[in-house]
Design a protein around this ligand. Structure first.
Ligand code: FUL
Length: 483
């Protein structure tokens, strides 16, 4: 009997997918590559290709290669703007659904090499990977398996083509900080759909780029957030059940992707992809529709501020440059983040953070996710007491969990006091890598944070309190005013 029990325990261990590790109580844990990726918070997406020149969103695949002809492409300009915007990296659509390769692939006859751009000698991946190095940015690629041009699409031979292309880009332009698989699966030039060999695609990537996290609807490392508006759920678990689901049409419901699964079997955090414009590719008629800095800041609060990463698309124009409309919006967005978060009132006021008689101020304000406070097994009977030295105006609080130990907090409250008077109360669910909550401006000298439910001892690594411009702190959904 004892032997059977031991065998069952061993089998259970072997059944885990090898990517997520298990910790009793706290649930699945992130891998090193996922943790590193999570630290990037915000980075740019670049949709660029024949669509930029034909004014389409989904190219047909029958476009002449000659249509791709940027007049003054400069990837360093993209990087300068990304850097100034505070983005940590750039992911480029190396091949979109039209099949056109932005690098001279040996596995396609529909690439930059067949175009007249730079007499067929140009290579956008090479240029961008080099520029990213110069500017200290991470580089990633998007590779669409759906290919409306490739003659082999719709046959088993196309899976070889896709595998070869992955090998080619990893060898020539890697390492990548993220590899992006689009789940779309439409018809190819011969009217047939492809049976993607996802298992092979995944094992190929794991063997040639084990450090690179892979994005798709359902991971294995990063999941889609279920919408293209850049908005994660107010409840956002880094966990997802993937058994029985597949990429594309077979993915879990959008709502599940948006919030994750509280007891999900795999650590697969969400990424919020959204475009700065209505479309993913550049269209001149959308110049006046570029999102404002305030709109971008609101998206930031609802993505990064809800524990997800933000992938913001900024498509270059027909010159091969990011237009001044987009760069101006990005600079305004960076300014709003800088003004809002550059100094926590806890530091400015030399406030104290107490847990009973323990002073946790240093640990919780050291901007170091590797140090944390353990609120213990009896956490419902204690609270973190943030004591300011005077009445201050505040409208934002930021909390972080050290997710290397799992995502533990299921619910918590934040109570804001002036003296003994409770001024405002927020009831929330998850924290995760980072939670930013805004509320109507309060004059207060004390904040009480109580964890009301958790999977295991709650751990908090960082707290910040801010007074941001009132116009931009309007995200008051889910907060419960008490007066
Ligand atoms: C989707 C694509 O169909 C869009 O064109 C865009 O690339 C978006 C990021 O992913 O699946």
């Amino acid at each position: 009997m004892k032997k059977i029990f031991l065998l069952l325990v061993c089998a259970l261990f072997l059944m885990t997918d090898g990517y997520s590790q298990f910790d009793s109580g706290a649930g699945p844990l992130p891998t090193e590559r996922q943790l590193k990726w999570q630290g990037n918070n915000f980075y740019l997406f670049v949709h660029f290709g024949p669509n930029t020149f034909t004014n389409l969103e989904w190219g047909k695949g029958s476009e002449q290669e000659a249509v791709f002809n940027p007049t003054s492409l400069d990837c360093r300009q993209w990087c300068r703007i990304a850097k100034a915007a505070g983005a940590k990296g750039i992911i480029l659509t190396a091949k979109h659904h039209d099949g056109f390769c932005l690098w001279p692939s040996a596995y396609s006859a529909h690439t930059v090499a067949q175009s007249s751009w730079r007499n067929g000698k140009g290579d956008v991946l090479k240029e961008l990977s080099e520029a990213c190095k110069v500017y200290g940015l991470s580089f990633g690629v998007y590779l669409s398996p759906w290919d409306r041009n490739h003659p082999a699409y719709g046959t088993a031979a196309y899976n070889d083509v896709f595998v070869n292309m992955m090998k080619e880009v990893v060898a020539r332009y890697g390492p990548f900080f993220e590899f992006w698989w689009d789940g779309a699966n439409g018809e190819g030039p011969n009217g047939k759909k492809q049976q993607y060999d996802w298992h092979r695609f995944e094992s190929t990537m794991r063997s040639i780029a084990p450090e690179t996290p892979i994005f798709s609807d359902i991971g294995p490392d990063i999941r889609w957030v279920g919408n293209e508006n850049g908005i994660a759920g107010t409840t956002n678990w880094d966990l997802l059940d993937t058994a029985g689901f597949s990429r594309g049409k077979g993915a879990p419901p959008a709502d599940t992707l948006n919030r994750g699964n509280v007891n999900g079997a795999n650590w697969i955090p969400a990424e919020c992809d959204v475009s700065i414009r209505p479309g993913w590719f550049y269209h001149r008629e959308e110049d006046s529709l570029v999102k404002t800095p305030r709109k971008l800041f609101d998206i930031y609060l609802k993505s990064v501020g809800r524990g997800a990463n933000l992938l913001l698309n900024v498509p270059p124009d027909r010159r091969g440059l990011i237009s001044s409309f987009d760069s101006a919006a990005l600079m305004g967005f960076a300014r709003l983040r800088e003004e809002s978060f550059h100094s926590s009132l806890l530091i400015k006021d030399k406030a104290r953070i107490l847990l009973g008689n323990k002073n946790l101020t240093a640990v919780l304000t050291d901007n170091n996710e590797k140090t944390w406070a353990d609120l213990g097994a009896d956490y419902t009977n204690v609270f973190l007491d943030l004591r300011f030295n005077r009445i201050l105006q505040m409208n934002c609080i930021q909390l972080k969990e050290p997710v290397q130990n799992g995502q533990r907090v299921k619910s918590f409250t934040v109570e804001i006091f002036s003296g003994d008077q409770l001024m405002y109360r927020l009831e929330q669910t998850t924290i995760g890598h980072q939670r930013i909550l805004t509320f109507p401006l309060q004059s207060a000298d004390r904040i009480r944070i109580r964890i009301t439910d958790a999977k295991a001892n709650p751990l908090i690594s960082e707290i910040g309190v801010y007074h941001m411009d009132e116009d931009i702190s309007q995200d008051v959904s889910m907060s419960l005013p008490c007066k």
